[in-house]
Write a protein that binds this ligand. Structure first.
Ligand SMILES: NC(=O)c1ccc[n+]([C@@H]2O[C@H](COP(=O)([O-])OP(=O)(O)OC[C@H]3O[C@@H](n4cnc5c(N)ncnc54)[C@H](OP(=O)(O)O)[C@@H]3O)[C@@H](O)[C@H]2O)c1
Length: 329
């Protein structure tokens, strides 16, 4: 994604944890002006850390921080009075404590606290209609809509007299922390192509692969493939390292060879026009060493095991969605 294509509007991060930091790092690497970003985060020390690591970034903490991050502050005087009465702590240069309302709000808190956070922000979100991007695992867009509709008559929403902001749900994965993520995205019907583009350009800052799914239930499958997937490869690598050690190799060498093999195989798969099966067949000479290993894997039910693992993650994601999101609208 080039800098020209990338959205450069005002962004508010609600929650300044690992994933928010990964996205900030990716945006910085893409040349995104971090002075356009504000992070609301309850831990003051974390705010200070983020602000020192990402110069120009504004961070807010305190009881009113989330709302202020979304609504913006019309004047430095307003902000100063909020600072004085203890409603917020601001980490920013004195000149930059006036900020415009957010065009995009990234919900980057743990799923367990998302309901309270969104209910508290609901009036501001309804008034300002930013694009809402949620990276919280397991919380469906219908649940987020229900939280944003808090306190509003359902008929008013059905009649269109009260509008809810568009929501895009993203399932990133941990390699985003090293800018090598893979993310699945789902947009509600009211998200426009422009909203999709904005979300895609932001997520592409940390995810080399960004894929849209057309039904929300496929986000659970994204979780089963790429969300939980890094751990499957860690398990495979652990097992290969251990096998090398049992055959007499020192652990450091077994680990280094395993990791580079995993990386090299992924790179070949990515760069080649061959499908995965063809790539495997090409490196498997009949009666050769690879053939011997593959036959042992197949005889042990390898494919079946992988199917069971991915299906278990998909099913667990659906269960968590029910537990965390509660009843549908
Ligand atoms: N990490 C991943 O690989 C990954 C992958 C897929 C999806 N996700 C999703 O990404 C989201 C963030 O994950 P994470 O790993 O970045 O978690 P995290 O490091 O715990 O970050 C969440 C941050 O939000 C802060 N927070 C808590 N309550 C808040 C509130 N009321 N208002 C504003 N901020 C608040 C937390 O502060 P405290 O520490 O004080 O609670 C914490 O700094 C989660 O919903 C997770 O499901 C993460």
């Amino acid at each position: 994604m080039t800098q020209q294509q990338q959205h450069q509007g005002r962004l508010a991060f609600i929650g300044g944890g690992n994933m928010a930091e990964a996205i900030l790092g990716g945006l910085l690497a893409c040349g995104y002006p971090l002075s356009q970003c504000v992070v609301s985060e309850p831990i003051q020390a974390r705010c200070e850390f983020l602000q020192s690591k990402y110069p120009g970034l504004q961070t807010l903490s305190g009881p009113d921080a989330n709302r202020l991050a979304v609504q913006g502050s019309k004047s430095a005087t307003n902000t100063q009075s909020l600072i004085q009465d203890g409603s917020i702590q601001v980490n920013a240069t004195a000149a930059s404590i006036e900020f415009a309302p957010a065009e995009v709000v990234i919900l980057a808190v743990k799923p367990q606290v998302l309901r309270n956070v969104v209910v508290d922000l609901a009036p501001a979100l309804r008034a300002l209609q930013p694009l809402v991007i949620s990276i919280a695992a397991g919380i469906e867009t219908s649940a987020i809509a229900r939280f944003m509709a808090d306190g509003v008559d359902e008929d008013a929403i059905a009649a269109g007299s009260v509008k809810l902001p568009p929501v895009i749900r993203v399932m990133p994965n941990t390699p985003a922390l090293v800018l090598e993520g893979a993310a699945g995205m789902y947009a509600t019907a009211d998200a426009t192509p422009e909203h999709r583009e904005v979300a895609e350009s932001l997520m592409a800052a940390v995810s080399k692969q960004v894929s849209w799914v057309e039904t929300e239930s496929l986000i659970d499958t994204v979780t089963g493939i790429s969300g939980s997937g890094p751990a499957y490869f860690f398990l495979m690598m652990e097992a290969m390292e251990e096998a090398g050690v049992k055959l007499g190799m020192d652990r450091a060498t077994a680990k280094a060879l395993t990791i580079q093999t995993c990386l090299g195989a992924a790179k070949m798969a990515q760069l080649s026009s061959d499908d995965l099966e063809t790539l495997r067949i090409k490196v498997t000479s009949p009666q050769g060493t690879t053939d011997a290993a593959i036959k042992a894997f197949e005889a042990g039910g390898f494919r079946d095991l992988v199917q069971k693992g991915v299906t278990a993650a998909d099913a667990r994601s659906r269960t968590l969605a029910k537990e965390l999101g509660g009843a549908k609208l």
